[in-house]
Design a protein around this ligand. Sequence first.
Ligand SMILES: [Zn+2]
Length: 300
Amino acid sequence: MSTPIPFNRVLEFEYGRLEQVAPMLRRIVARNPSPFTWHGTGTYIVGQGNVAVIDPGPDLPEHVDALLSALDAETITHLLVTHTHRDHSPACRPVQAATGARTYGFGRHGSGKIDSGVQVEEGADNEFAPDVVLAHGDVVEGDGWSFECVHTPGHTSNHMCYQLREHKALFSGDHVMGWSTTIISPPDGDMAAYLDSLELLLARDDRAYWPTHGPCVRDPKPLVRALITHRLERADEVRACLANGVDTIAHMVPRMYVDLPEAMYPAAARSVFSTLIYLIERSEVRCAGDLHATARFEAT
Ligand SMILES: [Zn+2]
């Protein structure tokens, strides 16, 4: 029996409407719902007057127009990006063209490529290159607000969380979400890095998380601990599969994800693959032949 994860799937919003969700913080949700984005991308606006936008979102004209017209009387000075999936960074381009705001992020998308041809996550925005490249620990300052950069690889290698220092509020992107686990899809997605990035959050004193998808997480540490436990339990399930002669990802997925709709099997397969790579790195598992999602695996 697996440990439950304390998810919260209550989100009140209206597409295209800029709403105050906390002091200094407004949010507008894009109409790009999917199994990976839930209701859609939550774009955050920090400050008043001269503002930062976190994860401008997908390049949907309706979303970009709503964002720009809601901020018509204000100035966007910074565009911060948590990572380069297509539901997060592409709207930087039209917003920058309209406002001249500079873009900030860890860097370009890693070399992650989906080899199955099946969509298992939002695709990469390979065009995005930040004007200002940020490193872990950097501070970005604006008009009445400042962010500490927290590099959290795992979901993608360039994933960055941002702490609004004045409120100790962490914009957690897709690293930690209140409504669902995140996708870890190799090679850019990396389970060992993801677990390290969760441990990193446990050592911090953020009071609340604002993920790009879903509601605010008010009591984040129990959720982070449960997410770590969940992945370690998945690793145990993979070990159990191998011990029972179930040696391919295609056969592991239906055994490990009994309640999951089959349409989501390709995404689950990527997470199982990332767990197998994690166990290979720990010398617990080896792969017969080349390391590939269709290979046979065995315990060492
Ligand atoms: Zn993502």
